[in-house]
Structure formats: structure tokens, C-alpha cells
Design a binder for this molecule. Structure first.
Ligand code: PEP
Ligand code: MG
Length: 877
């Protein structure tokens, strides 16, 4: 049986989204519900897939099928395509399975040519209307099908209005419209070097092809990547007989939502324009009227529309976004879909629909996009102020939120500037490193010239909930002169700039921000998510403040404390450097003894905040050179303190240099070379646990000591023996003890491959999917951003594997690690603490492979809670 590629609206239904796309399925459903829908047909998403398989051509049998259905449409409407007597005109619109706003514009009035327009004019007794429709068609076809600039045609209209001394399009006469048609056709010919196509069948095929082609335009590819839509879905095309809103004062067109998409308020919300078509409503040429005013203008139409809106909402169990046209007093529904909404509106609508008995709590939980919650957790720009501002550049939206502050070019300058002026600061760096941590913490936002979504700046900023725009290739930073150039503007130290971490836009001016608000609906929905989810949600937190923030957002434990950041404060970096530069173990132990009380204090702070909830602390991970001084003056200072010459210190720094530090002397390899570091950290962790337990006898503090980067069970066993010996020694010394666990990160592929062996030593695993991705894929997490863009463009990758887990490859390692680990130790506790822990589709994967928890940065905790609940509903386990 040959495949069917075209369906009449009356042949489809709302469940056929995959084949008919969202718009097509809903048009079919509205038709089935007996609503006034101009009839038409849908060319399926499979036809789009075929178009690409067939080398971007429409196969003859599909073309034939399209024309067979066109004939049926002619019979249904009693009109004929291309006929002068009683012409059928159609609209052509894209419609993918998921709505992709702005992906492709609509083409209206298709089927007009020099003869047909005359027929339409005679038939309607309205020459102005006929030629207005025709000039719009030429304009839309030129833009959408031939990609000619819209502005060219707009300019011709503006010139005409100026010549006639009128302000609005509606004031142009029939003769003016006629003249516009010839001017537009001439412009088309000049740009395309051929006549505007007059054969309606050629126009139709051109438009359908343009829709298929639009599936792969850069806007669509970008939108899909941001919204996890696979490119294999394709788009459908809807060909619908025209209803005209531009037939005079009893005609009009509008868009409306069943509830307010900005606030969620339950009230019909929308706009319409009389004597208008298509984009006029949103184009802002004439100010539209509110939907309430339709009640005065056309009371019957309003009542009918309001009733349909209510019925549609009840039918779809969700807020609807509808387009309608009124043709000479008669209402037509052109489309309906679940409306896009702000995060705040999404929460209110979900809660209200539960209260109204329209949906279950599970359905409410599925209704809110976890990623959208980000917007509720960070300061935002004042919308009016943002509208008036113009970006000077843009880069990766690495950490959401809005930031406005004075520019500082180093972490130290940022700290100083805030101390001296009290003004907010935005830190601008080529790239950041752990040294910058303090400056990053005090800044409102961070802008970097290099690095991707998992660069140091991006990871740390997300962890702190600080806005970050990363990897701005266009920026030219002159650190010595303390200025940067971007978008033709020069910004000096102390000048105000603003960053939008949600869009990646950079503004060379101050834009007012407003704080985030969390309404009661947010808490209610999160409560439902918590009842439903099976994954635990932990957080990656290195400070008591971060831990507290995560608890406020609902975290149930700490899945990763990275201890390296604790060694960068002014009081810490010196003993740390002394420790690294030591020539003997004795010297090293002396320096470590200085660090011990500080580390203990760090952990006490964290245990205090966590009230006995699980806390996983990782032993030192980064290569040691990251802690060493770079500035000459710092080198001289530390040399002086240690009784060494600057040359000797420099020699040590040189000897610690690594060509590939990410794969070098780091992780548990440090503990193997310098066991005394692991000893100090173990002691600090356990002393802190003992001290805080004594203070709070009711809390059951069981620290989880985590060994990073293990790949061989013997190396893990070795480091574990240091931990256990240190613990036993300490417990003997102080005469009291605490329970503790020793586990490891699974972040070297070999650890996943030999997880059954690793589990003989490890009491828990935490998958470090940042390193696991880097080492499984074989590219650097800091540099991959530079070439991944090309990979997206060429469709070799659809997603950033550092943001969304690569299920087939890296995911297989995780799955293997889970199974092998449980084989050896059935009750082994399994989590993940890479950046993927806060990514909704990755969270779903981790739920499916049976992890016990995910751990993510504090500001992603609500996102992960909701994503975990959605996963539990979709994939019960
Ligand atoms: C990881 O590798 O996934 C991880 C969490 O550790 P880090 O990012 O600190 O290397
Ligand atoms: Mg790691």
C-alpha cells in the first residue's frame, strides 16, 4: 500500500499530531467539533521527511496527491483554484509537531494572479479588497518563498503613503492598491530576474517547498536545539481555503488567549483589527482593539467566539491561543493551540486548572516546562527599560538572569570597586579561573570572551545563580588599558553595562532590574512534584550560603562539595602555595596543618546548614598548578616567605606545567602522590562532623567522602586506606567517632567499564558526567565550544553534549556503571553530579537508568524537582 501524504481536515483528528503537526491536528479536531473552520488539507510531516530524503524535491506522486486533494477542496467549497469566475484562494502555513513560533511566516491569498484578481473584484464588488489581497500575496510570497527582503516592499508602501499624504494602509484607495501590485511585481522582477509566477499551481508548490525548506533554516535549527526538538520530526504544511478579514468594516481578524498569557488570569485576552488581514494585528501599524471591545463592535460574533474559546479550553484541558477571522460578519477559526505563557502564568494556570477540576495534579506537573522556572529564580530586567535598550553584542546565554553594573576587568578590581563605591559590578574577563572566585561571587554578572557552556565561568556562575554571558568572540578586551570594544562601542572600566543571561544579549548601558518573585503557585506545584518524583534531588554546593540557597529551593542533600574553591581566599592561598612548593613531606605537612583548621571550619559551616542531611565532600581534584602564583610580585613574596629564590619558585612552577592538565596530575592521582593532602582533608571532614554532631545530638551526620577521578580499583583502594587509617587514628585520639562512607566519582570511562570492581571498594558512586563526557567523546570541556557550532550547523550534533547527556555513548557508560555497580553491591547509592543533573531531558534519562538522585547547582534544584516528577509520570519504575 502506498503511503498517504495528504489528509483533509475532516479526515484527521487531534491525536494525529505526529503526522499532521500540531496545527493540522487541531484544525482537524476543530472541524470534528463542528466549529467554523475554513476547510483545507494537511501535507504530512512524513512528506517533509521524504522531501529531504529525495534531495529536497517533492516526489511526483506526492505532488499528484496534493492536487487530488486540491480538487476535493474545490468541490467542498464550490470554488475553483485559478478560476476567474469563482476563485479559490488558500493560505499556506507550516505546522510542526511542537509549536515553533516564528519559524516561518504564513502566505495568504495564494492563487491570485492578474486575471483571478479581476474575478475576485467583480465577485465581491470590492476592487480595493481584491487588489489589497493581491499586493499582500506578492509581498508574502516574495519574502517567504523567494527570501527577498520585506523592507523593500514596505518602503514602496511608505513612499506611496507619503505621496498620498496618508498615514494608514487603510486610507489607500483601490487605484493605489492596483499601482502597488505593479510596483511590487516590478520589484520582484528586478530582484529575481524573472516575472512573478502567475500559475497558481506553481505558486502552491513553491509555497509548500518553502515550508519544508524552512524546517532547516537557522532560526528553526536554533529553536530546536533550545527546546530539545529532534530534526527528524519534520514539519507539516496546512493548505486552507481563505477567509477574508479585509473585506471592509464588517470583516476583521484577531488573536486571543483563553487566559492571560503573562499573568495566567482567567479572562479572555487578545486583540483584533477590523478590515485587516494576517499580520496586521501584530505588526503594530494600526493599534488593535482589545477583545472586550469586540463585544461592542459585533456582539453576536463576540458571544460565539467566547463560547468556542471556552469549549476549546475544556476540550484541550489547557489555555488556548486562537486565531480567528471575521468575513462579512461571519466568524471563522483559523487555528488553536496550547498557548505559550510566562513561567508565572504557567504556574497559575496549572494550579487553577487543578482547582477547576479540569486536570489532575500529574497533568499540572506535566504542563509546566521545567526550564522555564529559571526565569522565576533570578532578577529580571524591567520590561519597559529593556524594550528601550539596544544590544551591542551577544554570546552564549551561560547562566540566566539579568545583570547591570560597572565594568571591572579583574576579580581583584571587582572586589575593590564594590568596597570603594558600593555600586554593582559586572566582571569582564577573557576567561575565568578558580582564582577569580571571589570577584565572581561579588559581581552581578560575568562576561567572558572565551569558553563554552561548561567553561569555568559558566559552571561557577550557574552554581552561584549569577548571570553569565560567555564566549563572546566579537569582544576585544584591552586589559592593560582597562577597556573593551564591542559593536562599535568602547566601554571603559567603571562604565555601566547590562547582561541578559537568558538571551545572551550584551548592552552598553544600565538597564533597571527587578527582583524575582516566587508566588504561592510555585510552591504548590513543587509540592506535587515532590509527591510524584522518585529521584532524590541533591545540590552541588561549596559554601554554607550556596547550601542554604539550595535548601530554600528544596534540595535534600549535597551531592558534591568541590573543595578546591576553599583554597583561594587571601588567608588560604598562601599556605596552599607553600604546601605545593614544599620540597619535603615535612614542609608539606606543616603547610597542611595551617590549612586544617580552616578546612574544618568550612565543613562545620556546611554541616550546620544541612542539619544532618546527606553531604558528599570530594577530595581535592584540580591540578596543582592552578593554585600557583602568576604575577612576579606574588612569586617573589612566596619565595621570600619560604626562604627560596624567585628562580627556584619559577622552576617549580615550570616543572608543574602540564600539556594536558585535564588528563594530568589531578583527582585521586594527587592523593596517590601526596597522601598527606587526603589525610588533612579526611581529618577536617571527620573532626567537623564530630564537632557538629556533639553540638546537635539529634542530627545524624554521616559524611560521604568522595574520591575523584578513580579509574582502577587499586588506586581507589589505596586512597580509601589513607582515609580509613586517618579516620581510625582520629577516632582513637578524640575518643569518639562518627559513621562515614567512602565512595568515588565515576568520571573516567574505565571506572564505568570496571564498575563491578570499583564497587568492591566504593560505598557509593557519583557519576561525574562533565569529565565522563569529555573523556568519552575525546574533546575538551573548555574548548569544545569553539567547534561545536560548526557541528550544529552541519547537523552532526543537535545538542551540546556537555549540557544534555549523550544517551547513546556517555549514557551507555552510566548505564553500565549502574548495572555493574549494583551487581557487586546491590544497595550501592548512585547519583550524578555533572552539569547534566540540572538538565530536564538528562534528568529523565537518569531516572530511567535507575539512579537514586541527581545533584545540580542550587538554582537548578526546582528545575530538577519538576523534571524528575515529569520523568516519573512518563516512565513509572
Ligand atoms: C564532573 O566531572 O562531572 C564533575 C562533577 O566534576 P568537575 O566538574 O568538578 O570536574
Ligand atoms: Mg570531574
Amino acid at each position: 500500500m502506498s503511503a498517504k501524504y495528504v489528509y483533509l481536515f475532516s479526515e484527521g483528528n487531534g491525536k494525529m499530531r505526529e503526522l499532521l503537526g500540531g496545527k493540522g491536528a487541531n484544525l482537524a479536531e476543530m472541524t470534528n467539533l463542528g466549529m467554523p473552520v475554513p476547510q483545507g488539507f494537511t501535507v504530512t510531516t512524513e512528506a517533509c521527511t521524504r522531501y529531504y530524503e529525495d534531495g529536497k524535491t517533492i516526489a511526483p506522486e506526492i505532488e499528484a496527491e496534493i492536487f487530488t486533494y486540491l480538487k476535493t477542496l474545490e468541490e467542498m467549497t464550490g470554488k475553483t483554484f485559478g478560476s476567474k469566475e469563482n476563485p479559490l484562494m488558500v493560505s499556506v502555513r507550516s505546522g510542526a509537531r511542537a509549536s515553533m513560533p516564528g519559524m516561518m511566516d504564513t502566505i495568504l491569498n495564494l492563487g491570485l494572479n492578474d486575471e483571478v484578481v479581476e474575478g475576485l473584484s467583480a465577485l465581491t464588488q470590492n476592487e480595493r479588497f481584491a487588489y489589497d489581497s493581491y499586493r499582500r500575496f506578492i509581498q508574502m510570497y516574495s519574502d517567504v518563498v523567494c527570501e527577498l527582503p520585506k523592507s523593500h516592499f514596505e518602503r514602496i508602501i511608505d513612499e506611496m503613503k507619503e505621496k498620498r499624504g496618508v498615514q494608514h494602509d487603510t486610507e489607500l484607495t483601490a487605484a493605489d492598491m492596483k499601482e502597488l501590485v505593479s510596483l511590487f511585481k516590478a520589484a520582484y522582477k528586478e530582484m529575481m530576474k524573472e516575472d512573478f509566477p502567475s500559475d497558481p499551481r506553481e505558486q502552491l508548490m513553491g509555497a509548500i517547498k518553502a515550508v519544508f525548506r524552512s524546517w532547516d533554516n537557522p532560526r528553526a535549527i536554533y529553536y530546536r536545539r533550545m527546546n530539545d526538538i529532534p530534526s527528524s520530526w519534520g514539519t507539516a504544511v496546512n493548505v486552507q481555503s481563505m477567509a477574508y478579514g479585509n473585506m471592509g468594516d464588517t470583516s476583521g481578524t484577531g488573536v486571543a488567549f483563553t487566559r492571560n498569557p503573562a499573568t495566567g488570569e482567567k479572562k479572555l485576552y487578545g486583540e483584533f483589527l477590523m478590515n485587516a488581514q494576517g499580520e496586521d494585528v501584530v505588526a503594530g501599524i494600526r493599534t488593535p482593539q482589545t477583545i472586550d471591545q469586540l463585544r461592542d463592535v459585533m456582539p453576536e460574533v463576540y458571544e460565539q467566539f467566547a463560547a468556542i474559546a471556552e469549549k476549546l479550553e475544556k476540550h484541550y484541558h489547557d489555555m488556548q491561543d486562537m486565531e480567528f477571522t471575521i468575513e462579512r460578519g461571519k466568524l471563522y477559526m483559523l487555528q488553536t493551540r496550547n498557548g505559550k505563557r510566562t513561567a508565572a502564568a504557567a504556574l497559575k494556570i496549572a494550579c487553577d486548572l487543578v482547582d477547576e477540576g479540569m486536570i489532575t495534579k500529574e497533568e499540572a506537573v506535566l504542563m509546566v516546562n521545567p526550564k522555564s522556572l529559571d526565569a522565576l529564580l533570578h532578577p529580571q530586567f524591567d520590561p519597559a527599560a529593556l524594550k528601550a535598550a539596544k544590544p551591542i553584542g551577544s554570546a552564549l546565554p551561560a547562566s540566566p538572569g539579568a545583570a547591570c553594573g560597572r565594568v571591572a576587568f579583574s576579580a581583584a578590581d571587582a572586589v575593590k570597586m564594590i568596597e570603594e563605591t558600593g555600586d554593582p559590578v559586572v566582571l569582564v574577563r577573557l576567561e575565568t579561573s578558580p582564582e577569580d572566585i571571589e570577584g565572581m561571587h561579588v559581581s552581578q554578572g560575568i562576561l567572558t570572551a572565551r569558553g563554552g557552556m561548561t567553561s569555568h565561568a559558566a559552571v561557577v556562575a550557574r552554581g552561584m545563580g549569577t548571570c553569565c554571558v560567555a564566549g563572546c568572540g566579537d569582544i576585544v578586551i584591552h586589559e592593560d588599558e582597562k577597556l573593551f570594544q564591542l559593536g562599535g562601542k568602547t566601554i571603559h572600566e567603571g562604565d555601566y553595562i547590562s547582561l541578559d543571561g537568558t538571551t545572551g544579549n550584551i548592552y552598553g548601558e544600565a538597564i533597571k532590574t527587578v527582583p524575582a518573585t516566587i508566588s504561592g503557585d510555585f510552591g504548590r506545584l513543587m509540592g506535587w512534584a515532590d509527591e510524584i518524583r522518585q529521584l532524590g534531588i541533591h545540590t552541588n554546593a561549596d559554601t554554607p550560603q550556596d547550601a542554604q540557597q539550595a535548601l530554600d529551593f528544596g534540595a535534600e542533600g549535597i551531592g558534591l562539595t568541590r573543595t578546591e574553591h576553599m583554597f583561594f581566599g587571601a588567608d588560604r592561598i598562601r599556605p596552599m602555595r607553600k604546601m605545593i612548593l614544599s620540597k619535603t613531606e615535612e614542609q608539606r605537612r606543616k603547610a597542611l596543618a595551617e590549612l586544617l583548621p580552616m578546612q574544618r571550619g568550612d565543613f562545620e559551616g556546611i554541616f550546620e546548614v544541612m542539619h544532618g542531611l546527606p553531604v558528599t565532600i570530594r577530595l581535592l581534584d584540580p591540578p596543582l598548578h592552578e593554585f600557583l602564583p602568576k604575577e612576579e610580585s606574588d612569586i617573589e613574596e612566596i619565595a621570600g616567605e619560604m626562604g627560596l629564590s624567585a628562580v627556584e619558585v619559577k622552576d617549580t612552577i615550570t616543572s608543574l606545567h602540564e600539556f594536558n592538565p585535564m588528563m594530568g596530575h589531578r583527582g585521586c592521582r594527587l592523593a596517590v602522590s601526596y597522601p598527606e593532602i587526603a589525610e588533612m582533608q579526611t581529618r577536617a571532614i571527620l573532626e567537623a562532623a564530630i564537632n557538629v554532631s556533639k553540638k546537635h545530638p539529634g542530627w545524624k551526620i554521616v559524611p560521604e567522602i568522595m574520591v575523584p577521578l578513580a579509574g582502577e580499583v587499586k588506586e581507589l583502594a589505596y586512597v580509601k586506606s589513607i582515609i580509613v587509617d586517618t579516620a581510625n587514628k582520629l577516632f582513637d585520639e578524640v575518643g569518639s567517632k562518627v559513621d562515614y562512607l567512602v565512595g568515588t566519582m565515576v568520571e573516567v570511562p574505565r571506572a564505568a567499564l570496571t564498575a563491578d570492581e570499583i564497587a568492591q571498594e566504593a560505598e557509593f558512586f557519583s557519576f561525574g558526567t562533565n569529565d565522563l563526557t569529555q573523556m568519552c567523546m575525546g574533546f575538551s570541556r573548555d574548548d569544545a565550544g569553539r567547534f561545536l557550532g560548526v557541528y550544529y550547523d552541519k547537523k552532526l550534533y543537535e545538542q551540546d553534549p556537555f549540557a544534555r547527556i549523550d544517551q547513546k555513548g556517555v549514557g551507555k557508560l552510566v548505564e553500565m556503571g549502574v548495572q555493574l555497580g549494583r551487581k557487586t553491591r546491590p544497595d550501592i547509592h548512585l547519583g550524578i553530579c555533572g552539569e547534566h543533573g540540572g538538565d530536564p531531558s538528562s534528568v529523565e534519562f537518569f531516572h530511567r537508568v535507575g539512579l537514586d538522585y541527581v545533584s545540580c547547582s542550587p538554582f537548578r534544584v526546582p528545575v530538577a524537582r519538576l523534571a524528575a516528577a515529569q520523568a516519573a509520570i512518563r516512565f513509572p519504575r
